[in-house]
Design a binder for this molecule. Structure first.
Ligand code: SAM
Ligand code: SF4
Length: 266
């Protein structure tokens, strides 16, 4: 389907949890955030229903994100449900990679096509500092497991403060080059201040070409990452929430005061 600005809407990003096993400094406060109650989080069956309705409206690309999607129990069941829905050409997941070594073969078997792994530093102590406790060796093993399982192309998401020439970013770039990984540099954003730019090596951040809708873990369809506009599938029904989100998708992003990256998934 096309929106009012003639943009083809074809991509749905789904946040399945607001919980995470890391605390990246730009995403979550050290002590965590007030969590959405389990009773408010969509069931996997409800998420699969949204994907079915969305594909009927022209969505052909789906990505599971979070929080950290691999901390939600039984995520492979959701992957299997979505993989069976006809019309999806590209089915990915964005993960921090910490649990990927174990999950890569399981996700591949369930029908996931590929993964993007977030990696902002290669140096173990820098990684620990940026993520407040993460072990980068686990991520390396997760990336290798994803490549071996065929969740390819494996892409790296690297958040930079100013430029991709920063030391950490250059090291991630070199690691990616030597491990046959595609890399995209994302400039650190602020939802509430409306700070965003285009993604280097990716297609995010360019409003005039935006094809995205987002589904939050509690069932709101958001037509724009940088906007408070949202449509509740529980109030409106799935199809109506999707249609309204497409029809009222803003021309450009402004600010989002309602969400944080950990509950909308970037
Ligand atoms: N936990 C998973 C991960 O880290 O890949 C998936 C969710 S995370 C919110 C999705 C992406 O958003 C990650 O690549 C992360 O680096 C990015 N992100 C989080 N906060 C951000 C911020 N303030 N600015 C730019 N990107 C951000
Ligand atoms: Fe967790 Fe991903 Fe946010 Fe880091 S960016 S705290 S891994 S949700």
């Amino acid at each position: 389907m096309f929106d009012c600005y003639n943009r083809k809407i074809s991509y749905l990003r789904i946040s399945i949890t607001d919980r995470c096993n890391l605390r990246c400094y730009y995403c979550m406060p050290e002590g965590g955030v007030p969590l959405i109650g389990h009773d408010k989080i969509l069931h996997y069956e409800e998420i699969a229903e949204v994907v079915k309705e969305a594909t009927a409206l022209g969505i052909d690309k789906v990505r599971i994100t979070g929080g950290e999607p691999l901390v939600r129990r039984g995520v492979e069941e959701l992957v299997a449900m979505i993989a069976q829905i006809p019309g999806i050409n590209d089915f990915g997941m964005t993960t921090n990679g910490i649990l990927l070594e174990k999950y890569a073969p399981i996700l591949k078997e369930a029908g996931l096509h590929r993964v993007n792994v977030s990696l902002d530093a290669i140096n173990p102590s820098r990684y620990r500092e940026l993520t407040r406790g993460g072990d980068v060796e686990q991520v390396f093993r997760g990336i290798e497991a994803a490549q071996q399982a065929g969740l390819t192309p494996v892409k790296i998401n690297c958040v930079v403060q100013q430029t991709s020439e920063e030391k950490d970013a250059r090291e991630v770039k070199e690691y990616s080059r030597s491990h046959n990984l595609e890399i995209r540099f994302i400039h650190q954003m602020s939802l509430e201040h409306g700070c965003f730019t285009t993604v280097e090596g990716g297609d995010g951040g360019d409003c005039s070409r935006c094809s995205r809708l987002r589904l939050t873990a509690e069932g709101k369809i958001k037509p724009c990452l940088f906007s408070d506009i949202e449509f509740d599938i529980k109030e409106l029904g799935i199809r109506e929430a999707l249609l309204q989100a497409i029809n009222l998708k803003p021309e450009k992003g402004s600010v989002n005061t309602l969400n944080a990256f950990n509950n909308i998934g970037g």
